[in-house]
Design a binder for this molecule. Structure first.
Ligand SMILES: [Zn+2]
Length: 240
């Protein structure tokens, strides 16, 4: 919109009644949501270092697409943006991602998140696992010195191996109660908290368990405390 038209529009704002103000805010919300998402993403990845197609590092700015700066590779001519090569690259409704991240930080079910963000529940489920990105994507935000302590269930062993983090378990069958500074009560208390948190999801397929462990890890101690940080974790750590 040209500047004089916009000035006229602004002058009319004080004349709106309450209902019209709400309607105006609702009309602005998707665009503001998209702006916030794009700022968060581009702040995390200010400029892609290399072309995801050929790995070339010479590229130039080539317009914008859905709020994100687009680049064109000088070597292979391919266009890309800050999301290319990340788990969120081809997801739709970008303007809703921060709202969805907030639902995840609140541990909402698939249906509850879908309703709050106004997306289909299948989309909600798909986004959940894309945002969590699986163990291989969460690993870069894990402290390399982290120690996972469990009761030794096979799923935790797999998780620790895939995440390449240290894993210790107390062998209850042998009557073990303490391993170093770790007491079985602490393990049990954590396990209990995890179980009661998982209960809200009404059954978690074991192949997704690593994602849920990663999710719980992010929530514990508010390691990831804001929707922006969750979105950055899903995007910003995956430099190609
Ligand atoms: Zn290229």
């Amino acid at each position: 919109m040209r500047s004089p038209g916009f000035v006229r529009l602004l002058r009319q704002v004080p004349m709106l009644n309450r209902q019209q103000r709400s309607q105006l805010l609702a009309a602005l919300r998707p665009a503001i949501g998209l702006d916030s998402v794009c700022e968060t993403i581009e702040h995390a990845r200010p400029a892609p270092l290399s072309c995801p197609g050929c790995g070339g590092s010479r590229h130039y700015r080539h317009g914008a697409s859905r709020g994100l700066q687009r680049y064109r590779c000088r070597a292979c001519n391919r266009t890309f943006n800050a999301l290319s090569g990340t788990p969120l690259a081809r997801l739709r409704f970008r303007e809703k991602w921060l709202d969805f991240s907030k639902e995840m930080l609140d541990s909402r079910s698939v249906r509850a998140a879908a309703k709050a963000v106004e997306i289909h529940r299948n989309t909600s489920f798909h986004w959940r696992h894309r945002f969590l990105g699986g163990v291989r994507h969460l690993r870069p935000v894990l402290d390399p010195n982290v120690l996972l302590v469990t009761g030794g269930h096979r799923a935790y062993q797999t998780f620790a191996r895939q995440a390449r983090i240290a894993h210790a378990f107390v062998n209850l069958r042998l009557g073990e109660r303490v391993r170093g500074a770790i007491h079985v009560q602490n393990v049990n208390a954590y396990h209990q908290r995890l179980r009661s948190w998982l209960a809200r999801f009404h059954g978690v397929a074991s192949r997704y368990l690593p994602n849920y462990l990663g999710w719980r890890w992010a929530l514990d101690g508010e390691r990831i405390a804001s929707p922006e940080r969750l979105l950055r974790a899903a995007v910003g750590i995956f430099h190609t």
